[in-house]
Design a protein around this ligand. Structure first.
Ligand code: ADP
Ligand code: MG
Length: 327
């Protein structure tokens, strides 16, 4: 049954959960009114997910709702920001009740984890496209930027890399049955958990940060460009999940894809030598999983080294490892 627009906004998107304390006026007027806290800078990011481009056509409505918000929160995490509000521009081919119910559940399940308020949006008809803008706060002058890495800084990543890109490859090249054998990989593709808590504690410790959305090598390169430095990465130190390690041992050729496939939504950040102890303490106190993978150099090049210290040429754009045509 199609739902009329006003009814739809009211039913699926109005006042779900608690309104954030800084919302003076949320959904329902021509625009929202927010009271940003004194002494904080406003941090804003937007990302659009297009059906069949940014998620496979088989993705459930719940997962689309979750992921559309998660990819934006990941950008705020990389700035060391506290998320507070978001707006939603939703384009849907038809107003299906089942789809909207599941989509809004996915969206608000994640929003509630961070006490986020949906304060406005726009609803239109057309090919499925979800655009979310998220806003938050960071103490003035303390945001983590891509620029700031210095030679000698150690390079870290949160969590593990490559799971989402493996899931996507299995899905697109071997079909939905094969990927069902790796539920933990599929979970990483559809349900990224933005590293908000990690980003928050890195303020004042990290010299720079970025979230890994396009693969480690491409995103680290953005840090190097912004910081005008190079880096040495030790390939054997890169953290992988048990499932990714298993696939990697069966087929070493996939290593490149793990570092270039994207959709990780982990953080990559640098820490100067005199802050390493502080980082270690924070990781232990909060049970955060930070792995040191290399260091910033003054060479202006991103080099990947094997266990013997030899330079390994990596294809930064990645390629298809499960397809017959690869190599
Ligand atoms: P206008 O025509 O003045 O732009 P709309 O009819 O588009 O207003 O929206 C009415 C109210 O509903 C506004 O407060 C708007 O922010 C909100 N809204 C519309 N679509 C959405 C959505 N998908 N999610 C959240 N809020 C929405
Ligand atoms: Mg209006």
């Amino acid at each position: 049954m199609p739902v009329p627009e006003f009814e739809l906004i009211h039913r699926y998107f109005s006042q779900k959960g608690q309104l954030h304390k800084d919302v003076a006026l949320g959904i329902g007027d021509d625009a929202a009114l927010l009271n940003p806290p004194a002494g904080q800078q406003l941090v804003i990011a937007i990302d659009t997910l297009v059906h069949g481009v940014h998620f496979p056509v088989t993705t459930s409505a719940y997962d689309i709702g979750w992921k559309a918000l998660a990819v934006n929160l990941s950008d705020l995490a990389a700035m060391g920001a506290e998320p507070a509000w978001f707006t939603l521009a939703l384009t849907i081919p038809e107003s299906s009740e089942d789809w909207l119910t599941d989509f809004s559940r996915g969206l608000f399940d994640l929003a509630k984890e961070y006490g986020l308020s949906l304060v406005g949006g726009d609803t239109t008809r057309g090919p499925l496209t979800v655009s979310i803008q998220v806003a938050g706060n960071v103490p003035a002058g303390q945001a983590l930027l891509r620029a700031g890495a210095e030679p000698g800084d150690r390079i870290f990543v949160t969590g593990s890399l490559g799971d989402a890109s493996l899931a996507l490859q299995l899905l697109t090249e071997q079909g939905p049955e094969t990927v069902q054998d790796y539920p933990e990989l599929l979970q990483r593709l559809n349900h990224p958990h933005p590293r908000i808590a990690e980003g928050r504690v890195l303020r004042g410790i990290a010299s720079c940060a970025i979230d890994i959305s396009d693969g480690l090598l491409a995103d680290l390169q953005h840090v190097l460009d912004a910081s005008d430095t190079g880096a040495d990465i030790y390939l054997e130190r890169i953290p992988y999940s048990v499932a990714a390690q298993q696939l990697l041992s069966q087929n070493p050729e996939i290593r490149n894809a793990l570092l270039t496939g994207g959709d990780d939504y982990e953080l990559c950040f640098c820490v100067p030598a005199d802050k390493l102890e502080q980082l270690q303490q924070i990781a232990t106190d909060n049970q955060f999983n930070f792995t040191e993978i290399g260091q910033i150099s003054d060479t202006n090049k991103l080099r990947c080294l094997d266990a013997a210290g030899r330079v390994v040429e990596m294809n930064a754009r990645g390629y298809s490892h499960f397809s017959k045509e690869s190599e």
